[in-house]
Design a protein around this ligand. Structure first.
Ligand code: NDP
Length: 252
């Protein structure tokens, strides 16, 4: 019997795959059998990830906010490695600041990175998936997509946007064989979380206090969820946001 979780012969693109959650998503997809292409702005970090993860992982330097390079990126990957079966929109940035101090430029930069670029890349990849009548697109959302978080206005708006975009694109593209889902991580131990916690020492205890499992998640927890959503095991699942958060979003 074939393993429904296998990603043998699949080609995956993971944005921001050189570090943190993206790195572990890459490792898990590769371990499940996929060939994985990772992107990011820092070539040294991408090269290091490729060296560390090993076989079947490749990189392209790309800034997701360069929207005029999106088509070129997808064409270049397709020519070098083949058609993309799995897209994981993982690249993201955050900033914590009182809302009254956030400038338009800062707000727009976060929206452009976390939301506009996700739409642009998904659209470009989906055009090809739709003509092949197969594909899985996974958005990395956040609990910020569910809650209002103080001093995080742009990130919260961007991740709420991702929640809506996931449903809209799933509604549009699922009839053509392209599934679109999101993963909403809770507190996951990465550089991004460390920076957020360091700027607010009390936050660590508060975060643990409001997580029913009373521990932080690991990047591979998100990687395993991505393998599931990308695979045939999830072939009747589209438009969902899968919370991988130790129960955080249950409430009290
Ligand atoms: P990291 O800061 O560790 O990694 C972010 C990655 O995104 C880096 O590899 C970075 O590479 C890449 N990136 C950022 N901006 C761009 C850009 N303009 N173009 C291309 N790549 C870019 O963060 P995490 O691993 O923690 O976060 C990954 C995702 O998970 C994000 O979408 C985040 O919102 C989400 N998330 C994280 C949570 C957590 O607790 N850690 C909780 C909920 C959601 P480079 O700088 O080289 O470009």
């Amino acid at each position: 019997m074939t393993n429904p979780f296998s990603l043998e012969n699949k080609i995956a693109l993971v944005t921001g795959g050189g570090s943190g959650i993206g790195y572990e998503i890459t490792r898990c997809l590769r371990d499940a059998g996929a060939k994985v292409i990772i992107t990011g702005r820092r070539e040294n970090m991408l090269q290091e990830a490729v060296n560390n993860i090993g076989d079947n992982v490749f990189y392209e330097v790309n800034d997701v906010t360069d929207l005029n390079k999106t088509t070129e990126l997808v064409e270049s990957i397709t020519q070098k490695y083949g058609e993309i079966d799995i897209l994981v929109n993982n690249a993201g940035i955050n900033m914590k600041k009182p809302a009254v101090d956030v400038t338009d430029a800062e707000f727009n930069n976060i929206i452009q990175t976390n939301l506009t670029s996700v739409f642009a890349l998904s659209r470009e990849v989906a055009k090809r998936m739709i003509s092949r009548k197969t594909g899985s697109i996974i958005m990395i959302s956040s609990m910020a997509g569910y809650y209002g978080i103080d001093r995080v206005p742009a990130y919260t708006a961007s991740k709420s946007g991702i929640e809506g975009l996931t449903k809209a694109l799933a509604s549009d593209w699922s009839k053509f064989g392209v599934r679109v889902n999101a993963i909403a991580p809770g507190f996951i131990e990465t550089a991004m979380m460390q920076t957020a916690m360091n700027s607010d020492p009390d936050r660590m205890n508060k975060a643990l206090g409001r997580t029913p499992m009373a521990k932080f998640g690991k990047p591979e927890d998100i990687g395993h969820a991505a393998v599931f959503l990308a695979s045939e095991a999830a072939s009747y699942i589209t438009g969902v946001s899968l919370r991988v958060d130790g129960g955080n979003a249950i409430g009290f």
